[in-house]
Design a protein around this ligand. Sequence first.
Ligand SMILES: [Zn+2]
Length: 201
Amino acid sequence: MKKTQKKSNNKLQTNLNNLLPYNNKLESREIENITMLVVHCTELENIASARVYGEKIHYQSGTGNSGHYYIEKSGKTYQWVENNRVAHHVKDYNQNTIGIELDNLGRYPNWHKTSAQYMHDKYPKVQIDALIQLIQKLQKQLPNLQYITGHEDLDTRLIKSENNPEIYIRRKMDPGRLFPWQIVMQNISLINTGSLGKKDE
Ligand SMILES: [Zn+2]
């Protein structure tokens, strides 16, 4: 019986379970103000990389960019920001939303190259089951929660691709075409305001 699980991994798990170090510096809000969930994918290798990214300080307030919740491919779910704090996860819509990040490669590592604009990493069933459970829990906790959408539907900006300035690509594409909106919508009672979810209503 080998107990040689890498120490660094254990340490990382502990960290993952904790709120981000700057959680208390994020703007506070009443949970009654939360009306919408925004589904994202990390577009990174794994949740550990996402944590490194999330801990980076980007603002004078001593805070950075992250979602509230992170769900691994195994279904393991972490909360990094409290619901009553405004996280920076989507341009212009942070105040009234909760960001849920799914571990998924997305366009990693060539996010803005024309050759990488095809989201190919599938969402395992166990990960989607965990998402549904989380949403059902949030529906009980947040009295005014009504809507859900994907990041790609709230940020539709185009940018020049890295390799060809004449070709414009989407700045955000998450959670993308492989995200199973239909299955999720069948199991929750929120209104989907996104373009991809609408056809399933
Ligand atoms: Zn996103």
